[in-house]
Design a protein around this ligand. Structure first.
Ligand SMILES: [Zn+2]
Length: 260
């Protein structure tokens, strides 16, 4: 069973342009604008059996989830948003230590007493008091079960032969919003472990070269675990429509948002 409510799903297909303050209040419907906020972000609402999941697309590898009054930030970085204007975090997930994913200053702007920061060993020195997760670890924080999964390169390497993202260093995360499972892959290629992923409702897969995947690799990866909705993210200069074409005969709904 998928955690996404079947009824009314079609209403969630369009991306609404909503400012953050409205998103958190849960009042977004259609297009709203707040001129006091400088940058505006696209938001999708995913209805689930246990309430709406709102996804704000901050940019590149950076996301914001709001569900049942809880705020989950993924890879918050100042290059994508002014975090002094964004909602404070209940949970912060950091996939790996590269500067387009780990920004201690941005984390500091959204971190409160009760915020749980989940990250990798390589990030830990820069964010004291956080929780280190290895590939395979599962924790429940603020009622959300979070699974750390592998994220690494097989093919794409630096000139010295080191993979851009060596195995065992970075994490992808599966966030369980009750029965709705959202997979944020981090910087990875189409690794064999993806075929083991079960019941993924929403997936974010990276698609820029040379660091992550080609559209063909993303399509191949997605076919192994068949998410209901796939967002290519972290796609840089890659044309996301190539992926749409590659998956047009599949059951996977590919959604393109501003996630260069
Ligand atoms: Zn990256």
């Amino acid at each position: 069973m998928s955690g996404i409510a079947r009824a009314g799903r079609s209403a969630a297909v369009g991306a609404a342009l909503v400012v953050i303050g409205v998103v958190v209040a849960g009042a977004g419907s259609g297009q709203e604008k707040d001129m006091s906020s400088q940058k505006q972000f696209e938001v999708d609402t995913i209805p689930t059996e246990t309430g709406d999941l709102k996804i704000t697309f901050i940019g590149h590898g950076t996301l914001l989830f709001a569900y049942q009054g809880k705020i989950v930030h993924v890879d918050p970085v100042g290059q994508e948003a002014d975090y002094s204007k964004l909602p404070k975090a209940d949970v912060i997930l950091v996939t790996h230590e590269h500067s387009d994913h780990l920004d201690p200053k941005a984390i500091g702007m959204i971190r409160q007493e009760q915020t749980k920061v989940l990250l990798t060993q390589a990030c830990a020195g820069k964010v004291p008091g956080s929780m280190i997760l290895k590939n395979g670890d599962i924790v429940t924080v603020h009622g959300l079960k979070i699974e750390a999964v592998p994220a690494y390169n097989i093919v794409h390497k630096r000139p010295d032969g080191q993979p851009f993202h060596p195995k065992g260093v970075g994490n992808g995360y599966i966030v369980n919003f009750d029965k709705t499972r959202v997979y944020v892959a981090g910087d990875t290629e189409n690794i064999p472990e993806m075929a083991q992923l079960k019941k993924i409702d929403v997936a974010f897969l990276p698609m820029n070269l040379p660091y992550t995947m080609t559209p063909e690799m993303v399509a191949q990866a997605a076919k192994t675990f068949e998410p209901r909705i796939l967002y290519p993210y972290h796609y840089g200069q890659t044309d996301p429509n190539t992926l749409v074409n590659l998956l047009k005969d599949s059951k996977i709904e590919v959604r393109i948002r501003k996630l260069k």
